[in-house]
Design a protein around this ligand. Sequence first.
Ligand SMILES: *Cc1c(COP(=O)(O)O)cnc(C)c1O
Length: 360
Amino acid sequence: MNELQPSTSQKIEILSRIEEIIDSGMYILGKNVSDFEGLWAQLCGVRYCTGVANGMDAIEISLRSLNIGPGDEVITTSITAFASVLAIIRSGAKPVIANISEDTGLIDLDSVKRCITKNTKAVLLVHLYGNLSDPKKWVKFCEESGIYLIEDCAQSHLASFEGQYAGSFGEMAAFSFYPTKNLGAIGDAGATVTSNEKLDVISKSLRNYGQSERYQHPLLGLNSRLDEIQAAILINKCEKLDSQIYKRRLIATQYNNSINNVKIKKLAVPKDIENHVYHLYAIRCENRNLLQKYLLDLGIQTLSHYPVPIHKQVSVHGISVDPAGMETSERFAEECLSIPCHPDLNDFQVQKVIEVINGF
Ligand SMILES: *Cc1c(COP(=O)(O)O)cnc(C)c1O
């Protein structure tokens, strides 16, 4: 049993929903998908949601719904999942990589300003680790610059800022429900959200071969449909999402308060605990690899998000970056380490992590 597997009672509920779907004979774009879309839009405080096949497609579909493509530039960060940048490339647009702020790992506004050109069409804002930090600053900046704000919410389900949820700040937002995310399916799944009806109509067309009505294809779309079984599983898993986020915040608060070691740098604590859903809890350490091995030897598994900044990946060799350099991102990638933070950790395990890290 690992932390991704549903509890026994949840598994029984899910199996009965799957049985209903099998018996219904309706497997693609049926009631479960539209019910989930309605539920997720409501939870995010937006008007529309389109269920898609995965988070990467959700980003591509968001960009393409805004008519962003060849000749356009989209600015994003180097400290993110490769999918963020790959989705920009898949849309036909050119990714431009800005630097980060070292105290949060999040994309830095001054760096983004240096990356703006006459071809810039959007900022893809990644709420890294689940941290929805000052989204209103980005709304204002994008408005003033005449570019779109698109949110990559793959790590930030239901993070909120002054009562407003992640995904409701940008023109469009993309979610992933990959199994490890805070809201995870049992397989691949994703969604776009927006409050702009026109954009949602285009998203729903793009996910389904660019079809408008049966056998009419005004757009060249993808096959990126969310399927009925995953949608039913997501509806079921939404019930526990709030309590799981609550637990993540409790664990993170203990780490924030009790990790004390001169060799360890903690990231900035958000202004309000509601801003952060702690999909991941990252720390920094100059001897990251040594720390990781030390933790593993004492039974604590960790991962680094992300050990290779995107602009250093060989497949995107020559990608455009901040003209002032990417030193902060490169150092962050060498130093960051994500320590255990999933909601099923018990108090004893959390205390052990703290003690072991403080003893390093
Ligand atoms: C997971 C993730 C994605 C990609 O989602 P998939 O569902 O795996 O395609 C994109 N961006 C970020 C920030 C992610 O964490």
